[in-house]
Design a protein around this ligand. Structure first.
Ligand code: A3P
Length: 327
C-alpha cells in the first residue's frame, strides 16, 4: 500500500483508486512511480494530466516546450520566451522578465503548475496569445486538441548518459528528507529499465522524433549537445519555426547574440531569482543550474555501466536514426 497516496488530500477518491490499481516501481523523489498510459509518473501529476487531457482546448497560436526531464528544459523555455516576446520585451531592457522570473514561471508546466491545482479546472481562454506552456508529457498522451491543431511544439532531449546523471543529482537534491538517498547503482538500474519520471526515455524521444519527421512545421526536435555546439544557428532555426525569423536589422543590432547571453547558463545561474527563488513550494531554483556541461557522466559511471547503457541505447534507438554526441 502506498500511504503517501492516502495522505494526498488533493487527489479525488476515484483518482486514488485508479492510481493504486496501476503497476508501480520505486520513485526517485516520491515513494513510487506509477505506469500510467505507458509512461512512469508521480501520483499528483497523473491527476493533472487526466484533467489536461479532458479539458484543454488548443489554439493554433499555442507554443509548447516539450522535454525529457533534465535535458535543458529551463534553457529552452528561456530561449523560447525571449524569441517570441522580443517585440514586447526588448532583450537588452533592464526590466526583461527573464531577469526577475525563473523561466518556469514564464512558461508554466502543464502537469505541475497549470493543471497542478487539483480543486479547479483553470480558465486559460484569456491568456495573451501566443500562450506558452511547458510539458514533460510524452507525445502520445497529449490531448487530441493539440495533435489536431496547428500549434507549435519545440522539443529537446539530451544524451542519456548526461540526462541520467543530471536526474540522479537533482532527485537527491530535492527529494523530501524522509525518503532515503537514491544511490547511483539503484538509480542507474531504474533508468536503464525505463522507470524514471515520464520514461522510458527512449519512448519519450521516439514519440516526438517520429512526429517531427511527419510534421516538421509543427514539431521541432532539438538536442542539448547541438544547442551547446551552435546556439546561434539553433536560435535562428527556432525563430523561423515560430514564424518570427530574425530580420537582418535585428541580426546587425546583435539581438540574437543578446538572447544567447541573456539565456546563458552563466548569466541565469547568477541571477538573484535563480539563486534564492523557489519553484512553487517544491524546491529552490538554484538546483536547476548545476554544471551545464556535456560529458559529466564520465566522472560518475563505471565501464560496466557505460557498456550497459550503451546497449540499451543501441537496442531501443538504434534503428531510429537518432544519435547523440556523448562528450
Ligand atoms: P546538469 O545537471 O548536467 O548541470 P532541466 O532544465 O531540463 O531541468 O535540465 C537541467 C540541466 O540543464 C542541468 O544540467 C542544468 O545545469 C542545465 N542548464 C540549466 N540552465 C541552462 C542554460 N541556461 N544553458 C545550458 N544548460 C543549462
Amino acid at each position: 500500500m502506498d500511504e503517501s497516496i492516502e495522505e494526498q488530500d488533493n487527489l479525488s477518491q476515484e483518482m486514488k483508486e485508479m492510481i493504486l490499481s496501476l503497476p508501480r516501481e520505486r520513485g526517485w523523489r516520491t515513494p513510487y512511480l506509477y505506469l500510467f498510459q505507458g509512461f512512469w509518473c508521480q501520483p499528483a501529476e497523473i491527476q493533472a494530466i487526466s484533467t489536461f487531457q479532458n479539458h484543454f482546448q488548443a489554439k493554433k497560436s499555442d507554443v509548447f516546450v516539450a522535454t525529457v526531464p533534465k535535458s535543458g528544459t529551463t534553457w529552452l523555455k528561456a530561449l523560447t520566451f525571449a524569441i517570441i516576446n522580443r517585440q514586447n520585451h526588448f532583450i537588452s531592457s533592464k526590466n526583461h522578465p527573464l531577469l526577475s522570473f525563473n523561466p518556469h514561471d514564464l512558461v508554466p508546466f502543464i502537469e505541475y503548475t497549470v493543471y497542478g491545482k487539483h480543486d479547479k479546472i483553470p480558465d486559460l481562454s484569456n491568456i495573451q496569445e501566443p500562450r506558452l506552456f511547458g510539458t514533460h508529457i510524452p507525445f502520445d498522451s497529449l490531448p487530441n486538441s493539440i495533435k489536431d491543431s496547428n500549434c507549435k511544439i519545440v522539443y529537446i532531449c539530451r544524451n542519456p548518459f548526461d540526462t541520467f546523471i543530471s536526474s540522479w543529482c537533482f532527485a537527491n537534491k530535492i527529494k523530501p528528507p524522509h525518503l532515503p538517498t537514491l544511490n547511483l547503482e539503484d538509480a542507474f538500474e531504474m533508468y536503464c529499465n525505463g522507470s524514471v519520471g515520464f520514461g522510458p526515455f527512449w519512448n519519450h524521444m521516439l514519440g516526438y522524433w517520429n512526429e517531427s519527421k511527419e510534421r516538421p512545421k509543427n514539431v521541432l526536435f532539438l538536442k542539448y549537445e547541438d544547442m551547446k555546439e551552435d546556439v546561434h544557428f539553433h536560435l535562428k532555426k527556432m525563430a523561423e519555426f515560430f514564424n518570427c525569423p530574425f530580420t537582418l536589422e535585428e541580426e546587425n543590432e546583435g539581438v540574437v547574440e543578446n538572447i544567447i547571453k541573456l539565456c546563458s547558463f552563466e548569466k541565469m545561474k547568477e541571477l538573484e531569482i535563480n539563486k534564492i527563488g523557489t519553484f512553487g513550494r517544491n524546491f529552490e531554483n538554484k538546483h536547476l543550474f548545476r554544471k551545464g556541461e556535456i560529458g559529466d557522466w564520465t566522472n560518475h559511471l563505471s565501464p560496466s555501466m557505460v557498456d550497459k547503457l550503451s546497449k540499451v541505447i543501441e537496442e531501443k534507438l538504434g534503428g531510429s536514426g537518432l544519435k547523440f554526441r556523448m562528450k
